[in-house]
Design a protein around this ligand. Structure first.
Ligand SMILES: Nc1ncnc2c1ncn2[C@@H]1O[C@H](COP(=O)(O)OP(=O)(O)OP(=O)(O)O)[C@@H](O)[C@H]1O
Length: 594
């Protein structure tokens, strides 16, 4: 009940905040429409009485009242919907925005990684679309409450026993709530196969992946898997719907019996001469309306419950997001690095797993240095980089920025002082200027800044293929959008990473995998030159992960990672001379190229 009331209160407060005038108008029109229904029953009873009494003047007046009320019942709800429509659009948008905000509101990205929270996000993504139904239910609810009270009064005047009719509405309501709980449980239980099926559907219909799917011929396999998962999900939901239908039907039977008894009661009074025909008409119409009101109340309650559930999940998700970073963060990142960044006994285990991925890493990344991280697949290179970006907190040990614990710094402040390019980059389907400029929002509109960043990323050539240069809309979502090759997208993403001119830390985690070795070499050469210039002012460090040793050898410091441990550090000359893992990997690659 508390969840329901909180959800309802949040919804109406949201609607009021979004548009007071429309909220008030929608509530007024929907309420007036709902209240007109029991008044119509009363007017029908009145008209019947006047007709039976043969009073033509009063009968005509009563008839006109019936007509006006009938029009109100039909028309006001319709106009109420018009007022409510825009409100519901805004409210749905507001809900989606809150989901986006909560989803991105944490210091780290842990809440996206944990399987046990994935279901919450899946349901939240879907529930936003249902939001309008919940708001409509709430707005209708006000009118319904008034209509029920008015109906109760009119029935009680006829025979107090008839007041039991609305009471008989309680079992269907309780049954409706129980049914919705059954459905909610089923939705949570089927969230995982639904999510996986949606992922497969996306894979199987993605234009970007179509080529690989054709060549490997896995379409049938994907379809079969999609089918199995979807069948599992819908099977679970179907069973829950069946159970819910039986529960609801049981509740309705109770009311149906009460309705029959109520009508028989008044018919008996009429036969005994205690009531007139008008009263019988009034009770038959009113009792039918109670039936309708109960059915509406059950539906409204379900919608409200569903929305309240979505709000509960959103609140839980928000708590999860803020709860992952309870410590106060008071130290600001330095304006420039003097000593550098150190890892002091850093160990890390991914949340929700129990296998350590990094073990007791001690490292010093000197201010102004270009640092390469190398190692075999799965060694822990990206994990190291993610810890430097503050996506996770080390399970043990500390990361010190000029001696100050990174965890003591507000993450958003640290993020404004770093820049990053990842292997998994975002393909923003925006104009090229923005695709690059997003790397430094305040300068997104600056063409010189964007061109300079592209130059540092060795990516100016991409513009030659764009019909309208930086103004060209990219991506297939737009009719006139230009599609780029994988390498071209990656070059623009690199340009984006280069937008911040003087970050304290520039992280490049295999951001050049789609580039040819020559392009990667030129990129790192240019970036190294720029980094050297910037480093003399800010002490900024560049950390890059690469499997290409022709690039790696340029670094001031090379870190070799193996099975989550740093096994060697040094520059190309010292590491080659040491004849260890680096020398072995380098020799292997050199041999492959020779
Ligand atoms: N989000 C995650 N949750 C759980 N385990 C993870 C997660 N990401 C990576 N791992 C595990 O951590 C280990 C190190 O992964 P990491 O991505 O750091 O390796 P890497 O050296 O960057 O590999 P590659 O060269 O293939 O990119 C791997 O065993 C991987 O399975």
């Amino acid at each position: 009940m508390k969840v329901l009331l909180t959800g309802a209160w949040t919804m109406i407060a949201t609607a009021w905040r979004l548009n007071r005038r429309k909220t008030a108008l929608a509530v007024f029109l929907m309420t007036a429409g709902a209240v007109a229904a029991p008044l119509l029953a009363a007017a029908l009873g009145w008209m019947t009485r006047e007709v039976v009494a043969g009073d033509a003047g009063h009968a005509v007046f009563a008839g006109l009242t019936v007509a006006v009320l009938a029009v109100m019942v039909l028309a006001l709800a319709h106009f109420g919907h018009v007022a409510y429509y825009e409100l519901s659009e805004l409210a749905e948008l507001d809900f989606d925005e809150r989901v986006i905000e909560v989803s991105n509101g944490s210091a780290g990205i842990e809440h996206h990684e944990r399987a046990e929270h994935a279901d919450t996000w899946t349901v939240l993504r879907q529930e936003g679309r249902q939001f309008r139904t919940g708001l409509e239910a709430l707005l209708n609810g006000f009118g319904l409450i008034l209509a029920v009270v008015l109906t109760g009064v009119l029935l009680a005047v006829q025979n107090p026993l008839l007041l039991l009719l609305p009471v008989a509405a309680v079992p269907p309501l309780l049954a409706g709530r129980l049914a919705e709980r059954v459905l909610d449980r089923a939705r949570t239980a089927t969230a995982e196969p639904t999510r996986t099926a949606l992922n497969l559907f996306h894979l199987a219909t993605s234009a970007r992946l179509a080529g690989e799917l054709r060549v490997s011929g896995v379409q049938a396999e994907l379809r079969a898997r999609h089918n199995r998962l979807w069948t599992r999900a819908t099977g679970g939901l179907w069973r829950a719907h069946l159970t819910a239908t039986w529960i609801r039907a049981a509740g309705q039977v109770v009311f149906a019996l009460a309705y029959t008894a109520g009508v028989l009661l008044v018919v008996r009074d009429a036969i005994a001469g205690r009531r007139g025909v008008g009263d019988v008409v009034l009770v038959i119409v009113l009792a039918a309306q109670v039936n309708q009101q109960v059915a509406t109340a059950v539906t409204l309650l379900q919608d409200l419950q569903r929305m309240a559930g979505a709000y509960r999940r959103l609140t839980e998700a928000a708590a999860l997001v803020t709860g992952d970073d309870p410590a106060p963060r008071r130290s600001s990142p330095p304006q420039r690095l003097h000593a550098g960044i150190s890892l002091d006994g850093v160990a890390f285990t991914y949340p929700g797993t129990d296998v350590p991925v990094l073990h007791k890493v001690d490292l010093h990344l000197p201010a102004g240095a270009t640092v390469a991280v190398v190692g075999e697949n799965g060694a822990g290179k990206s994990t190291l980089v993610k810890l430097l970006c503050g996506f996770y907190r080390p399970s043990e040990g500390r990361i010190l920025v000029d001696g100050v614990d990174l965890h003591g710094m507000p993450v958003d402040q640290w993020r404004t002082r770093i820049a990053a390019g990842f292997q998994d980059f975002v393909r923003y389907e925006f104009p090229a200027q923005q695709v690059v400029g997003l790397g430094d929002l305040p300068r997104m509109g600056s063409e010189p800044a964007v061109r300079a960043a592209l130059d540092r990323a060795n990516a100016t050539g991409v513009l030659d293929d764009l019909p309208d240069g930086l103004r060209t809309h990219l991506g297939k979502s737009y009719a006139d959008g230009a599609e780029l090759s994988g390498g071209q997208w990656q070059k623009l993403a690199l340009g984006r990473a280069m937008m911040r001119e003087a970050p304290l830390l520039l992280v490049l985690d295999e951001p050049t995998s789609a580039l040819d070795p020559e392009a990667e070499h030129v990129l790192f050469q240019r970036n190294a030159d720029h980094a050297k210039r910037v480093a003399s002012r800010t002490g900024g460090i560049t950390v890059f992960v690469s499997h290409r040793f022709s690039t790696v050898r340029m670094a001031d410091l090379i870190i070799v990672v193996k099975d989550g441990r740093v096994v060697e550090t040094g520059n190309h000359t010292t590491l080659t001379a040491a004849d260890g893992l680096y020398a072995e990997l380098f020799a292997l690659q050199a041999k492959a190229y020779s």
